[in-house]
Every structure is written in C-alpha cells, then in structure tokens.
Write a protein that binds this ligand. Structure first.
Ligand SMILES: *[C@@H]1O[C@H](CO)[C@@H](O)[C@H](O)[C@H]1NC(C)=O
Ligand SMILES: *[C@@H]1O[C@H](CO)[C@@H](O)[C@H](O)[C@H]1NC(C)=O
Ligand SMILES: *[C@@H]1O[C@H](CO)[C@@H](O)[C@H](O)[C@H]1NC(C)=O
Ligand SMILES: *[C@@H]1O[C@H](CO)[C@@H](O)[C@H](O)[C@H]1NC(C)=O
Ligand SMILES: *[C@@H]1O[C@H](CO)[C@@H](O)[C@H](O)[C@H]1NC(C)=O
Ligand SMILES: *[C@@H]1O[C@H](CO)[C@@H](O)[C@H](O)[C@H]1NC(C)=O
Ligand SMILES: *[C@@H]1O[C@H](CO)[C@@H](O)[C@H](O)[C@H]1NC(C)=O
Ligand SMILES: *[C@@H]1O[C@H](CO)[C@@H](O)[C@H](O)[C@H]1NC(C)=O
Length: 832
C-alpha cells in the first residue's frame, strides 16, 4: 500500500533525526510519565518510545488498557501491534514498570497515556431515510419547521465530525426560485423570504427536497456524504387580513359589538391590537379567540376611518407571523341637523328696487357626509315680520338659497327692516335661521370729494411697498353705513401699471393711497392721477356722477442712484495664443441708469495677462498668452460710477486662446534607461514615441524622424512606424561594452514647423536573463552587479548568524529537557 510506504519512510526519517541529537532524544528516554498522540488507523508495529531505567533493571512490564494492542519489549521499546481506532477507545491509560532479573520492581509503575487522534474514517449518516414535514403558507422566513439530523462517529471536535447540510434538489422547481433553505450546521429547514411570500397551496401544495450532509464541514473534496429526502406539505395560511369593515356611526346597540375576526393557524395564540395612529382613545379590542370588537359608538364627523394591526404571539410573547392590518370605515347616518351661519345674516334692499331683483344668497351648513341626502339642504321662508304691507314680500330658492323680491318695491316708511325666519332642512332635521333685511334709502346722492386737486407729492423711487402716501376723502349724503353711502375709490387715470392701490375706511369713508408695486423713476417719473369715488349700490335713474366725484393728484418720483448695468453678463472673445503683447482682445460696455460716467477695471486677473482701458472698456493683452498653460482665461470686469457713491457691478470676460504651433515635439517617455545586451547576437532595435503639447489635428500628430547627426549613420538607422512611433535599429553588431550617445531629430508637420533634437544614452552591457548590469552610479534604484553581490553577502551573513543562534539554543535545550516531568511527543500522520 502506498500509505504504508510513506509512513515508513517518514518514521525512519524522524528516527534518524533523533539519533542525531544523541541517545536521550524525542524517541527514547528515562522512564517517566508521558503522553503520546497517535492517529488512529495507522499501520501497526510502530515504535512509540524506548524507555530506559536505572540498574539493576533488565526488563519492562506494560499494564493497563492495552486492549492487546500495546506491547513493551525487555529493552524498553514500547510499540503497538494493531491499528488504533478512536471510536473504540479514545484514550488508553497504560502503566510501565521496570523490573530486575528477579521480576522485582525497580521503577514504576509510571502512567503512560496514549491519546488516539481522529482521522475521518466514518461517514455521516442521516438518522432517517425520509423526513415528512408540513409548513404553513407565509410562515416566517428562517424559522425552521423541520430538522434533518445525521450522525458521524468521528471526533466532533475536529472537522472530521463536523457536519454540513445542504439542499441539493427542490422539486418542483418553479422559475428557479428557492422556496426552502437549510441551516448548514443545525439541519433546520425553513422558508426563504421568497418562499414565505410566494408559496401557495392552491397552486402547489407538495414539495420534495433532497438534502445532503457532508463531514469535514463540507469544505474538503475528501469529505464523506449522505443524502435523505424531505417531503413537505404546504398548508393554507388562515392568518390573513380580514375584509375591510364598515360600521355605522352613532350606533345605539349595546357595546362592545363584534365586527370581524382574525385566526392564527393553530390554537393557543395570544392576540393583541396595535394602533397605527395616535388617538385620544382607541375604540377597538380583541379577545383571545381573535374576535375583534368596537367598544363604543363611533362618530363619522369626528373620524371617518381607522386602520390598526392585529398581532398573534406565542406563549413567550414572540410574534408568530407578521401583523395583519384591519381597516374600518365609519358610515354616515344623518345625525347632524343643518346649522345656521355663525353670525346673523343681514341683506340690504334699496327702496326702489324692482321685483325679481336678487337680494343675496343665504347659506347654511350640515356636517354629515357631503353630497349625500344627509347633507343636502332645502330652504323655505316660514315667517316674515312685520307682515306690512303684505305677507310673502320675499322668495327664497329651495336649493340655492338665493333671496329675491317677490311682489313689489319696498318703502322705508312701511318698515325699515324685516325679520325673516328661514327653515333649513335635510332629510331628517329642520333648523330655523334668522335673516334680517334692511330697507335702505335710494342712492340719490353722489360722493363729493372734499377737494378736486390733491396737489403734488415728491417721492423717492425706492419708497417701500405698502407705504401710505396720501389720504383722500369724499362724502355721501345718502343713509349712512349703507351701500348707498359707502365709497369705493378707484384710480381711473395715470396708473396703468397698477402700482398704487386705495383702501377705504368704511366708518369714515377716508381713502388711503398705498404703494402696491415698486415704483421706477426710469420707467415713469411723473404720475398724473385721477381718482373716482363710487357707491357699491347703483345710483337711481336720472342721477349721475359729475366732476365733483373726481379728484386729481400729481406724484413725482425722484431718482435713486443705481449701479451701472453691463450690456451682457458674460463677454466672450477668442484670440490666437501667440498674439502680440498689447493686442486688443475684446471690449465691454456698461451704462449707468443715471447716466453717470463709468470707470472700468479688472479683478481676478490671476495670470496678469489682460488689462482694461478704464474709459473705453477695451481689453488688451499684457503678457505672453499660452494655451498650453490655460486655454480659457476668465476675469471679472468691474464698472464703477465715477464720483459720489461709486456704485459698482461686475460681469465676466472669457478669453479663449486658440492654439498655434509653438511647442516643439518631444519624447513621450523617459528613455534614459535604454540598453542593449553586449555582445549583440543580432541587430538590435528599440522603439521611441514622440508627442507634442500643441493641440493636434483630428488625424493625430504626424512627426518625422531623422538621426541627430550624420556620423551616427554608420551605427544606427531610424524607420518611422507611424505618426508617433519610430524604430531605431543598429546597423551592425560590433559595439563595445560602454555607453553610446545617440540623438534623434523630431519634427512636427504644422505651420510654422517646429523641431527638436533629443540626445539619449544607449548602454551596451552584459546581460543576465535579459537584465542589464550597469555601473552602479548610472541608474539609481536599479540593482547593479556590485549591489547584487552585496545583498547576497549580507543575506548569507544574516542566515549564518541565525543558524549559529539556533544551534546554541538547541544545545542548551537538550540539557534542560531531561529534567522535565512529562514530555509530549507526537507521531505525525501522513494525510495531515
Ligand atoms: C441529532 O441526533 C443526535 C443523536 O440522536 C442528538 O444528540 C441531537 O440532539 C440531534 N440533533 C437535533 C438537532 O435534533
Ligand atoms: C453556512 O451558513 C452560515 C450562516 O448560517 C453562512 O454564513 C456560511 O457562509 C454557510 N457556509 C457555506 C459554506 O455556505
Ligand atoms: C347621535 O345621534 C343622535 C340623534 O340620532 C344625536 O342627537 C347625537 O348628537 C348623535 N351623536 C353624535 C356623536 O353624532
Ligand atoms: C327683528 O329682530 C330684532 C332682534 O333680532 C328685534 O330687535 C326687532 O324688534 C325685530 N323687528 C321686527 C319688526 O320684528
Ligand atoms: C407742486 O405744488 C407746488 C405748490 O403746491 C407748486 O408750486 C409746484 O409748482 C408744484 N410742482 C409741480 C411739478 O407741479
Ligand atoms: C354735482 O352734483 C351735485 C348734486 O348732485 C351738485 O351739488 C354739484 O354742484 C355738482 N357739481 C358740479 C361740478 O356740477
Ligand atoms: C465694443 O466696442 C464697439 C465699438 O466701440 C461696439 O460696437 C461693440 O458693441 C462693443 N462690444 C461690446 C461687447 O461691448
Ligand atoms: C503607432 O505604432 C505603435 C507601435 O507599433 C503603436 O503602439 C501605436 O498604437 C501606433 N499609433 C497609431 C496612431 O497607430
């Protein structure tokens, strides 16, 4: 057997090493308590240890749990004759005694312990060939509903006995969704989140799983395995959201009243309700059957619907499943009578108004559900007081509530006011509301201004909005505090943009003229305003407003100094980067609303490339512009009023620099480390890449390459690869082992053309494995021959020192080792 062969050679090797350290080593020593660890299943006839004893000992005796496996020879060799089996006995407790020629004890008995170490020699086995289980639809994911269980005789403290469970197959497989999962350590099978969501016994109620168990934690190719099958029945979940409930408000039944129910799948659950919104009181309860009650009459006008959660918990108070929502809608009954307007309603009618004229609209309210019979209102006049000259002077529209004159015009001497009682009714209730109608004088007087001209007023254009700038007054001799004498002021001329407004004080009929929108001197500096005073009620026939109802007023605005205004917020200009110093690159203009002179300046002119003429706004270059440094140059231009307040404003000036060919091409990389191996076996070559900092045409740079000087031609040759790359080749192989100076001229194809000659060192050097060893001072950071040798020597020196230290320590340890009470040693297995 291969196994055997390996073991023997390892054993021999360790023995040899032992003898190297003398007689008292790992595998032999004086009789004393010891512990040995031996892997089970190893081939027998193995030496464990050789004991020695003091004279006159000539023999050894072995007792204890030898199980016929362990033996000791007279010369003290302890060995075993059969493979050990940890599963039979994990620890053998032995005693060794040394005897003299007459069989008398010389030393001992000394305890010797053999620990049998585990190897993976046992398969895991499922306790059942087949498992059957059931699970409720929507069960909590991750909560096991069945355990599969396998055993393995190997040591559970080692990977050999550590089991790993896995679901191999799920049947049926629908859309490749895994409904079940297994805890790889405990074998507990539970639903996956998808399983909890999607399993539906109406669609499929039977599933079958093939589950495997592996030892070695399932992580080794050498692990043993076993499989079992698990048949699962999916049962319907009766724990679900109940149908929404409707409860009629203001119920007179005795409470609590059962409204709906929830049921957990098994008996014995504990139910509770959880509020979702904070309520002054929560009018629902649940009993331990899962029946849900409303505990008191509800009021739709207070709250129209309720949502809360029902929870089922187990005896430990843990939720059995996710909570379900319960929806309750409160339905309306007509339990609220119509209500009158909060303040007494008063309408006015002029003496001479005609039959049918509308007087006003009366509106009552009902808080029952709108647009239902419970809240649609009907109006009727049930009483009129006084009843002079007739009853029924007024009409009200049944559903709209609009009041009209029914029979004739009214006269104030008949009655100055009428009290009406309006009956407002919904389907079930009637409410009586008062309504007063005042008969007022005819509007036969016009408002007359106290003066026809309010003179002139000078205001700053930035006067605050809302400021009252003028009070005007007109009077009306009609009956006070009626629509015939109230005055509404309007501006009929001079304020087409509506910058002013007029509020009337209805007690005094004074009009307050206010600023409604900002005034602007630059738009209009003088307002010639005409006011008109009017009544809300129409004038009687033959009476008209005349010029006494009009007044004039002149508003004069004064200018407030405002900052200059640029014609644009961003000015842009383009110029070639090589433009001469002093070139005009652009100009800006700003105007002052007040016409003041302006002085220009620049800010953020970080590179100092530009200057501005303070008077004309022209901008000039002052330095050498460079697109390769900055292609878009941005500065702030400032316009400042001259003199006085020197208000200022700013704008941006963006100068785009256009590329011109002002950069010579150069090499794209650092080529100073070029080398070729000496001696050259064949023609050598290398590739160089060139680049250019100028902006390149779309087809890319097109460089031309040439040798830097004529006398290079005998050694070198250049051949262009493409627009950027060139190959440099040697013409022969006879180079010396030294550095050559090589130069190349690169030209771009632009206008004006630019060229550069680059000088490069090329080293011919001895190579080892395609690495060049060059003189140490040439290439910092690269190991050279000298450095390499140095590093090697240092390394050897360090190793030497370490070896010496180890050697000395080992010698010391040998001396100390024999004094220890119990030594541990180990016979190593092969497959570890
Ligand atoms: C598996 O079976 C073993 C042996 O019967 C038992 O000790 C262990 O508790 C079982 N494990 C489970 C998870 O049932
Ligand atoms: C075993 O399960 C644990 C969690 O229960 C997980 O973290 C681990 O990755 C699993 N091992 C393997 C190999 O899948
Ligand atoms: C319930 O209805 C009665 C009449 O049906 C009413 O008087 C009472 O105000 C109502 N209660 C509520 C809370 O609406
Ligand atoms: C109208 O009602 C008011 C009280 O609201 C009362 O003072 C007045 O005398 C009544 N007038 C008539 C004519 O009934
Ligand atoms: C403003 O009124 C004053 C006198 O009330 C008058 O002298 C002056 O000329 C008026 N100014 C304008 C611009 O009408
Ligand atoms: C306007 O009419 C009133 C009477 O309605 C009269 O007193 C006043 O003089 C008239 N004004 C003018 C300017 O005619
Ligand atoms: C620059 O100046 C010229 C003439 O002075 C004027 O026509 C033009 O509008 C100015 N440009 C700007 C951007 O102000
Ligand atoms: C030019 O040739 C070099 C080397 O063959 C190559 O890496 C590079 O991509 C080429 N460039 C173009 C633009 O073809």
């Amino acid at each position: 057997m291969m196994f055997q062969a390996h073991l023997d050679s390892l054993f021999l090797l360790t023995l040899c090493l032992t003898t190297g350290y003398g007689q008292e080593g790992k595998f032999s020593g004086h009789l004393k308590p010891m512990v040995f660890s031996i892997y089970e299943g190893q081939e027998p006839s193995q030496l464990i240890f050789q004991f020695t004893s003091i004279p006159p000992a000539v023999n050894f005796q072995l007792t204890g749990e030898t199980d016929g496996i362990f033996e000791i020879q007279p010369n003290g060799f302890l060995y075993y004759t059969k493979a050990l089996d940890r599963e039979t006995r994990a620890i053998h407790k032995l005693q060794v005694t040394s005897l003299d020629a007459h069989g008398r004890t010389v030393e001992g008995p000394v305890p010797i312990t053999i620990e049998v170490k585990d190897i993976n020699d046992n398969r895991p086995t499922f306790l059942q060939q087949k498992y059957e289980a059931s699970v409720r639809q929507n069960s909590r994911p991750g909560k096991p509903f069945v355990y599969v269980n396998a055993t393995d005789l190997d040591d559970p403290a080692t990977p050999n006995g550590q089991l790993f469970y896995q679901i191999l197959i799920q049947l049926p497989q629908i859309d490749n969704i895994k409904y079940f999962q297994i805890n790889n350590k405990t074998g507990g099978i539970s639903l996956t989140p998808e399983g909890a969501w999607k399993l539906d016994p109406m669609q499929n109620s039977f599933y079958s799983l093939v589950v495997s168990v592996k030892d070695m934690e399932g992580q080794s190719e050498n692990s043993f395995s076993d499989t079992t099958s698990v048949d699962i029945v999916v049962k319907e979940n009766i724990w679900k959201e109940p149908e929404p409930v409707k409860i009629e408000e203001n119920s007179t039944e005795p409470h609590p009243i059962k409204i709906t129910q929830v049921r957990w799948n098994e008996p014995g659950a504990h139910y509770s309700l959880v509020e979702l919104e904070k309520l002054p009181r929560f009018p629902f309860s649940i009993d331990q059957e899962g029946d849900i009650y409303v505990t008191e009459p509800l009021d739709r006008e207070e709250k129209e619907s309720y949502v809360f959660m029902a929870v089922a918990k187990d005896e430990h108070g843990k939720p059995l499943a996710r909570a379900v929502k319960v929806y309750v809608e409160v339905t309306d009954i007509n339990d609220n009578p119509p209500t009158c307007p909060s303040t007494k309603t008063v309408f006015e009618v002029q003496e001479n108004e005609r039959i049918g004229n509308p007087i006003g609209t009366f509106t009552a309210h009902d808080i029952d559900k709108e647009n239902t019979v419970n809240s649609i209102l009907r109006y009727a006049i049930v009483e009129q007081s006084p009843k002079v000259p007739n009853e029924g002077l007024f009409l009200i529209q049944s559903y709209g509530g609009m009041l009209q004159l029914a029979r004739q015009s009214l006269k104030k001497q008949d009655a100055p006011l009428y009290n009406l009682t309006i009956e407002v009714s919904d389907h079930d209730f009637k409410t009586l509301c008062p309504l007063q109608i005042n008969v007022i004088d005819i509007n036969d007087q016009i408002p007359i201004f106290e003066k026809s001209n309010y003179g002139n007023l000078t205001l700053a254009e930035d006067t605050a909005i809302g400021s009252t700038i003028l009070t005007i007054q007109a009077t009306d001799d009609d009956e006070p505090f009626t629509g015939s004498s109230k005055i509404l002021y309007r501006i009929i001329e001079g304020d087409s943009e509506g910058r002013l407004e007029i509020d009337t004080d209805f007690h005094t009929n004074a009009g307050y003229v206010k600023i409604k929108k900002p005034l602007d001197f630059e738009t209009a500096s003088v307002y010639n305003i005409v006011f008109k005073a009017e009544n809300p009620e129409p004038l009687v026939a033959d009476i008209n407003y005349n010029s006494s109802s009009f007044a004039t007023f002149k508003l004069i605005l004064t200018d407030v100094n405002e900052p200059p205004v640029f014609s644009q917020q961003v000015f842009q200009a383009r110029i070639p980067e090589n433009a001469a110093i002093g070139t005009k690159v652009g100009n800006v203009t700003a105007k002052d609303p007040e016409g003041l002179e302006i002085s220009y300046s620049l800010e953020n002119n970080q590179k100092g490339w530009l200057k501005i003429d303070p008077v004309t706004g022209e901008i000039f270059s002052t330095g050498q512009l460079d697109r390769e440094v900055q292609s878009l140059y941005k500065v702030q231009v400032v316009a400042r009023e001259k003199g006085g307040s020197s208000l200022r404003s700013t704008a941006s000036f963006h100068l785009t620099l256009m590329d011109v060919n002002d950069n010579a091409p150069r090499l794209a990389k650092d080529y100073t480390g070029l080398y070729l191996c000496h001696p050259l076996k064949a023609l050598g070559s290398f590739i160089l890449e060139a680049t250019d900092d100028d902006q390149q045409p779309l087809r890319g740079p097109q460089f031309t390459f040439a040798l830097g000087s004529e006398n290079l031609q005998k050694d070198w040759e250049v051949s262009k690869i493409n627009g950027t790359h060139v190959r440099v080749s040697t013409r022969h192989t006879n180079f010396e082992e030294r550095m050559y100076s090589f130069s190349i001229r690169i030209s771009d194809g632009s206008q004006p053309p630019m060229a550069r000659t680059v000088v490069l060192p090329v080293t011919f050097c001895s190579c080892t494995e395609d690495r060049c060893f060059r003189p140490a001072d040439k290439q910092p950071g690269m190991p050279t021959v000298g450095m390499a040798v140095g590093i090697l020597l240092t390394t050897l020196l360090v190793i030497g020192v370490i070896l010496a230290v180890v050697f000395i320590r080992l010698r010391k340890k040998k001396g100390a080792g024999s004094a220890e009470g119990t030594q541990r040693s180990e016979v190593r297995p092969l497959n570890a």
